[in-house]
Ligand binder design. Structure first.
Ligand code: FES
Length: 367
């Protein structure tokens, strides 16, 4: 069944690169699934454009009571209007260290001269969030690319056969959802949301969300206990489009609960690496040093490299941004991304954040 196009969808709604013309990464970033088992709605491929911009931090403030989340407002360094974006979009930020990180745009899409992002400080993470917190002060300039949209919003009655939205946000997962709430409200579409987290103090943008009143349920583990999938879905009658962003266990529970619901649409976005599925142990040899790194069945190659002190660039950790692209000098690769073309794979390129090797195989990496 063809789905109608929604006139407000931008020409680059998918925001995918040319190699991933679909919403892509149905499993890794976002899936729009009608009943989880049938069609995935995908806009047509669009040509890539250079969307690199120098942005300056023009405002910065704390947006969670625990002080761990900062919102940054970024304006074009040349003061020109910025590319248009739509709810669900993100930008790639090239940090001073060379790290690339992706952050959802969470401000108002109607504001054309700045973007707003929010970043939770994660001690012990990959260092990107610490860098943002410590170095991106007002006046700092960063290079960005995008916006791209891997989590587009299909409007009930316009781009979607559903009648209502159910938004599910876990902690910092509120960031892509915020513009969606604004859009649903503007278009007078029936919607509700559950916003979950550890404690009220850990929830960013609590005041901004609270202005939507009874449409939003705030649930925190310290007061209500861990939410079940039913708590998160809130009944979820037939004809609901669910948009969820949060930690992996939350998304896994929601997906499992909706299995077999042919009349409920699920769209989700992860902000962490997906769990390894059907992994087998293998090893890699680092060509520059001869070092051998064993990769466990349940860990990614990227995490094994990090654990072993082998530097490897990364960003999304989900196989769609291409930052971890690595040349393979020997061995068979079990490609699990949706980004690389067959010619690229045949030429010996892999994405170490998601792709692996068959059991017992040893890859030689050009690192
Ligand atoms: S880190 Fe983005 S594709 Fe691997």
């Amino acid at each position: 069944m063809p789905f109608p196009r929604f006139g407000d969808v931008p020409p680059s709604a998918s925001g995918r690169s040319r190699h991933d013309p679909l919403l892509g990464a149905a499993e890794v970033v976002v899936s729009g699934v009608w009943g989880l088992a049938s069609r995935i709605r995908r806009p047509p491929p669009v040509p890539e454009r250079d969307r690199t911009h120098a942005l300056r931090v023009v405002d910065r403030h704390v947006v969670a009571h625990d002080q761990d989340v900062v919102a940054l407002t970024l304006a074009a360094a040349d003061a020109k209007p910025l590319p248009r974006w739509f709810p669900g979009a993100h930008i790639d930020i090239n940090l001073p260290s060379g790290r690339v990180r992706q952050y959802s745009l969470n401000g108002d899409p109607a504001v054309r001269d700045s973007y707003r992002i929010a970043v939770r400080r994660i001690p012990g993470g990959g260092g990107g969030s610490i860098e943002v917190h410590d170095q991106l002060t007002v006046g700092a300039t960063v290079t960005t690319s995008g916006p791209r949209n891997a989590f587009p919003l299909s409007m009930p009655g316009r781009g979607s056969p559903t009648q209502r939205f159910r938004f599910i946000a876990g902690g910092i997962g509120i960031t892509p959802i915020l513009p969606m709430l604004r859009r649903a409200q503007q278009l007078d579409i029936d919607w509700s949301m559950v916003y979950a987290g550890r404690t009220p103090n850990s929830l960013p943008f609590l005041e901004e969300v609270s202005r939507y009143g009874s449409r939003v349920e705030i649930r925190t583990d310290d007061i209500h206990g861990l939410p079940t999938a039913d708590d998160l879905l809130g009944g979820c009658p037939d004809g609901t489009a669910v948009y969820a962003c949060g930690p992996a266990p939350m998304l896994t529970g929601v997906r499992s609960r909706l299995a077999g619901r042919d009349n409920v649409e699920l769209h989700f976005e992860r902000f962490a690496a997906p769990p390894v599925v059907d992994g087998r142990g293998f090893s890699v040899c680092i060509a520059s040093t001869g070092k051998v790194v064993d990769v466990g069945a349940e860990e990614t190659l990227l995490s094994a490299l990090q654990r072993s002190g082998v530097p490897a660039s990364y960003s999304c950790q989900q196989g769609f941004c291409g930052t971890c692209r690595t040349r393979v000098l020997g061995g068979d690769v079990d490609h699990r991304d949706t980004l690389l073309t067959d010619p690229e794979r045949n030429a010996g390129t892999m994405l170490v954040c998601v792709s692996r090797a068959p059991e017992g195989e040893r890859l030689t990496l050009d690192l």
